[in-house]
Ligand binder design. Structure first.
Ligand code: LLP
Length: 416
């Protein structure tokens, strides 16, 4: 189910990194359709329970073609902003297939969701009041904070006693009072404890705590258990994938037992982002310079933190492959280098003190597992153009699914 892929085994379809960069430019985000579809299937199979559906969290990768494929695979979707709702509707989703999970948004943004028929989950009592004023007599969901969180970095732990997210679980009575005041029906509860766990037990503990909250409401139609499913970013060191087989057994049992106790079969949802898209994406870039600055060898590329922010923002590790003449370099001849981008900040580092095959100018680097929170977090910092995105289709052909920015894109907002 969670088999590894390797770029050495046909990731680039009928092409290779060198040809792709020649055709589409550098840097370049490359996505593999087959892996994307497989990850959607894995998530649909997460539990052995008849009423379960994953909602893809499009913040991880909001490329329109990626969203359309995820939709074809039968996943629903989560939105974080009015912009994401708009994009999802544009991609062909129906309002009832969407779930809006914002925090700290304006009345106008909440109203946008309500007017478009998208169910909102509020994340504070203040926002519940606001939703009640906008949509009296309507439906609402509540994002709770179970008091414990998880995640690969403190910046992505999204529950617990030191985060801004969710309504405290001891506020159920206040939620009910506000709901009564505006005649709101609380139809669902949700949580998201954090991003990237590699063993399922923390998630299952989180699920148990949201179920304990859910049973305090009479008319719950669904429980959304959140996202956070990790992928192994250190495959080159042999890191194991999340064991979805034993996870499935344990989680299914918890859900069965709880619905028996609750007395009716309700819908369970999850909100995966990273798991769906991380492994189908490789970021290609070009080495333009190498140098020895005192004790360190630097490999200078066009992969600045405007293109991939994760290493700088969270000290995240991405495996790196090196290609020359269209083929991966073999790893016999290696050295320790620091791989940097072209942004004028010294923190612009993709990989520090990494042992890689000996690299020279003109080589192409592949930054692995870059499909999630890669392009989605890119920017025009230093007036750089965001890269193109391409898709390697199931038949092996490469197609452009977002063109590279142009100078006109950069200056358009100044035309006021
Ligand atoms: N649901 C909610 C409410 C979320 O806030 C998030 C992610 C997700 C679902 C999806 O989580 P996932 O399955 O992708 O872990 N930029 C960071 C990750 C930030 C995640 C924020 N929330 C990174 O690059 O690691």
């Amino acid at each position: 189910m969670t088999e590894y892929y390797s770029t050495k085994t046909n990731f680039f379809g009928n092409s290779n990194p060198e040809k792709l960069i020649k055709e589409f430019g550098s840097p370049l985000y490359v996505y593999n359709e087959k892996i994307l579809r497989q990850r959607c299937k894995d998530m649909k199979n997460l539990v052995d329970y008849p009423h379960f559906i994953p909602n893809y969290s499009i913040k991880a990768n909001s490329n329109l073609q990626i969203i359309k494929i995820v939709r074809e695979e039968g996943l629903r979707a989560d939105a974080m902003s009015a912009g994401e709702i708009q994009l999802l509707l544009y991609a062909g989703y129906k309002p009832e297939e969407l779930f809006f999970v914002p925090n700290n948004v304006s009345e106008a943004e909440l109203k946008y969701a309500v007017d478009n028929g998208v169910l909102v989950s509020v994340d504070s009592l203040s926002q519940l009041e606001l939703l009640g004023k906008i949509n009296p007599g309507g439906k609402a969901a509540i994002r709770f904070n179970p008091g414990v969180g998880a995640g690969h970095h403190e910046k992505v732990v999204t529950a617990g006693k030191k985060t801004k997210f969710g309504v405290n679980i001891d506020c159920v009575e206040q939620v009910k009072e506000i709901a009564k005041k505006y005649n709101l029906k609380i139809c669902g509860v949700n949580q998201h404890i954090g991003s990237l766990f590699m063993e399922g037990d923390s998630y299952i503990e989180g699920v148990k705590s949201i179920l304990a909250v859910a049973e305090q409401f009479e008319d719950i139609e669904f429980v959304d258990m959140g996202g956070g499913f990790g992928i192994p970013y250190k495959k080159q060191e042999g890191q194991a994938a999340l064991d979805l087989v034993s996870f499935r057994e344990k989680l299914s049992k918890v859900l069965e037992e709880w619905t028996d106790k609750y007395g009716k079969k309700i819908l369970f949802k999850s909100e995966p982002g990273r798991y769906i898209v991380a492994e189908c994406g490789v970021l290609l870039g070009t080495v333009y310079a190498t140098k020895n600055n005192y004790a360190h060898k630097y490999v200078g590329t066009d992969i600045g933190f405007n293109v991939l922010a994760r290493p700088v923002m969270y000290d995240s590790h991405h495996d790196i492959e090196v290609y020359r003449n269209g083929k991966p370099l073999n790893e016999d001849d290696t050295e320790e280098v620091t791989v940097v981008g072209n942004i004028c900040e010294s923190g612009d580092i993709i990989a520090k003190d990494r042992v890689l095959p000996v690299i020279k100018e003109g080589d192409i680097l592949g930054i692995m597992d870059a499909g999630a929170y890669g392009f989605a977090m890119s920017s025009n910092y230093n007036m750089r153009l965001r890269p193109a995105e391409i898709l390697i289709k199931e038949n092996g052909d490469a197609v452009l699914i977002r063109r590279r920015d142009t100078f006109e894109d950069l200056i358009a907002p100044f035309n006021v």
